[in-house]
Design a protein around this ligand. Structure first.
Ligand code: GLN
Length: 244
């Protein structure tokens, strides 16, 4: 009888602790294949599987919330989301507002144009129009290196809330080029009638962001990242989303 009681207690405690697993709200911007995108009404992609894998090994649950890329950091700050994973580059400016995990991916910026166009890298200067996603490192690069340097008129930079719109603008001729992260440009070049005409070596690292000072969650994420790497799960994800 005592044993049965003990078993009952153990099962109850287990059920309780499982049921009480923390749920973190994860913000993303699901317009960034192969990192995050919508397929059959579901959020899929490398980042989505990575954060789920980390949650699994660390024993927490996640709930995905899709928003524009430039809303992610304000949402973290305001406590609307707990984690942001969106191919987000670790920059000094962002590090003043949020904390980042160890890097999990590396990228440069690529310049893409329509496949049938004759544009080359000179599309970045003169009277051409460049589409970027608001608040991204591509946006910053164009502002800092083209507009401020006087190569491009500031009215010739067209900012879009989503890469989907930026890409659409390129395809329908509203802009001459897009500047965006190299892994995503490569994916678009496979999926859409666009081509890469230049790579801007920016040497960016992607990190998972949490609210500044949330060291408990950051430690779980970094520990989870290490475990996902050492178990070979990371390699499987890389093969799945980047394997040719
Ligand atoms: N890596 C770029 C940045 O952090 C773009 C990210 C994105 O658009 N999802 O600004």
């Amino acid at each position: 009888m005592k044993k049965i009681f003990l078993l009952f207690v153990i099962i109850s405690v287990l059920a309780l602790s499982l049921g009480m697993a923390a749920t973190y709200i994860v913000g993303t911007s699901a317009d960034f294949p192969p990192f995050e995108y919508v397929q059959n009404g579901k959020y899929v992609g490398f980042d989505m599987e990575l954060i789920n894998a980390i949650a699994n090994v660390e024993g927490f649950k996640v709930q995905i919330r899709d928003m524009s890329f430039d809303s992610l950091i304000p949402a973290l700050k305001a406590g609307v989301i707990d984690i942001a994973i969106a191919g987000m580059t670790i920059t000094n400016e962002r590090q003043k507002i949020v904390d980042f995990s160890d890097p999990y991916w590396y990228a440069n910026q690529d310049v893409i144009v329509k496949k049938d166009s004759n544009f080359n890298v000179t599309v970045l200067c003169g009277n051409h129009t460049i589409g970027v996603q608001t608040g991204t490192t591509g946006d910053l690069w164009v502002s800092d290196n083209l507009v401020k340097a006087g190569y491009l008129n500031k009215n010739n930079v067209k900012r879009y809330q989503s890469f989907i719109y930026s890409l659409q603008a390129l395809l329908n001729g509203s802009v001459d080029a897009n500047v965006l992260d190299s892994p995503v440009a490569e994916r678009f070049a496979e999926m859409k009638p666009v081509k890469i005409v230049a790579t801007l070596v920016t040497g960016e690292s992607y990190g998972i962001a949490v609210r500044k000072g949330n060291s408990e969650l950051l430690a779980k994420i970094n520990d989870g990242l290490k475990k996902v790497k050492s178990s070979g799960e990371m390699t499987k994800l890389i093969d799945k989303y980047f394997g040719k």
